[in-house]
Design a protein around this ligand. Structure first.
Ligand code: ZN
Length: 104
């Protein structure tokens, strides 16, 4: 059994969005996060791209959150970019989340 379709429950997807944003904010690569958190490359990759059949354990999620200075409970909630709040003017790119204006 290996369902690679995108995750349907919100928690892991929210966590991935928060995690990616905190990594960007700190200029941390997935490799660095893998080492700092002890989650390993596989665990870090799964955390950043969760699928229906593959999610990180709560323990791993907690370690990843700590490694980027995040708060796990908050990271399971909906992600709203603090830079653009989901609203990027057309022609601009949000430095926080990388969203581009004029696309949606
Ligand atoms: Zn943004």
């Amino acid at each position: 059994m290996s369902d690679r379709s995108p995750i349907t429950s919100a928690g892991p997807a929210n966590f991935a969005a928060h995690l990616a944003a905190l990594m960007r904010a700190q200029g941390m690569s997935a490799e660095e996060l893998a080492q700092k958190s002890g989650a390993g490359r596989a665990g870090t990759g799964i955390a950043l791209r969760p699928t229906v059949s593959r999610c990180v354990s709560l323990d791993t999620a907690d370690r990843l959150a700590n490694a980027v200075g995040g708060d796990l409970p908050a990271m399971l909630g909906p992600y709203t970019c603090p830079g653009c709040r989901g609203n990027v003017p057309a022609g601009f790119t949000c430095n926080e989340c990388g969203a581009r204006g004029g696309e949606s």
